[in-house]
Design a protein around this ligand. Sequence first.
Ligand code: LLP
Length: 437
Amino acid sequence: MDRFRHHRDRLWCEEVPLDVLARRVGTPAYVYSAGTIRDHVRRLRAAFADLDPLVCYAVKANGNLAVLRVLLEEGCGLDIVSGGELARARRLGAPGARIVFSGVGKTRAEMEAGLAAGVRLFNVESEPELDLLEQVATARGQVAPVGIRLNPDVDPRTHRHITTGRRENKFGVDLAAGERLARRAARSPALRLQALQCHIGSQVTSVEPYAEALGRVAALAARLRPEAPDLEWLDMGGGFGVWYRDQAAPGFEAYAAAVRPIVKASGLRLLMEPGRVLVGNAGVLLARVLYEKRGGGKRFVIVDAGMNDLLRPSLYDAYHRVWPATGPPPPPLGEEGAGERADVVGPVCESGDFLARDRALPPVAPGAVLAVFGVGAYGFAMASTYNDRPRPCEVLVDGARYAVVRERETHADLMRLERPDAPFQAVEDRADPEGVA
Ligand code: LLP
């Protein structure tokens, strides 16, 4: 469900026509619907209402400050994975009590910043990480709140690149090691064991893997409880799926029903870290058609957005709906539209540079605007400047109004940190290990 509609021969984001917006702000442009984001948070909360979860939005999905502000105003907390994401949270004044610090490779500096910000939880993923957190907390005279990220070895049946809860993935620790780490954290005066966490993957479109994983985590929590009086949270991670090609992802109610009995029986509170499901369907990428050409029996529509702007199709073979911003209505989700098949490709010098392949698409003239759907999550967030292409602007629509919430990068921005005339410096002591690191 989202607030993108076809109406009077045009696509609209809320009450703003996308072709007009493209003319105003230029292309390529990411456009987000504030109303859709709010709807998603409210529907998630309603489905889980009786469990009163702490919903920490996964900033990595879309860290734009204006988007984060909408989520914070809806009462969400934030799930962060870097000092950079912490800086964003701080910039908006997000309270530490609503921040969860995740990530498999936190540095000492990131731990220090997290402790200084008073984050609610560090989700720890290995024994050496727990050692370092203990050291850093001791040095600061603080007690670090700890969650242990468990790898429950459950198959979430999603794309192999975004599966995280299998034994062979780099994330978390297995249940036996997790139990050991948890007991250690519970005993340490510098650590407070507050949570057990798992995150099984992303774009998970069945609910059973959640029940299976959380069941294993809850069983461990029950064993630990006598020694861990501060254990308060079951953190189920994120990963809820959205509708890309069809309506394959279940609704919030189905996810809630799957974990409800487990959470209730555990006596713990539920924490979750959804990213994609809150913002994924709240964004489109607008691109303009540059040329159309035919070759090898194929129709290519060449547009001004490429894999550097939207990486998911090239990286994961991800499917995003593409449709012209003016003209006939798009086909219903899951159905094929009318028109000759085409590959929609970008200007980047890679044959892997495409936004969509083999799609029925109505005729489009040069200058026509295409909307690429479902890119509110992991769209701009994964954009790069490859081929020296400035990253697109980001626009937030709210009702009948819009704001450019991140300006389009300029060529000067791309070169801003380069110092072609930087003086060469001698290295004093080549054996100095600090210098090498
Ligand atoms: N919590 C943890 C610990 C995570 O690693 C992630 C995502 C989330 C929460 C949020 O997951 P979500 O609800 O958004 O599925 N770039 C990929 C997705 C990578 C997800 C990484 N971890 C893509 O474009 O599909």
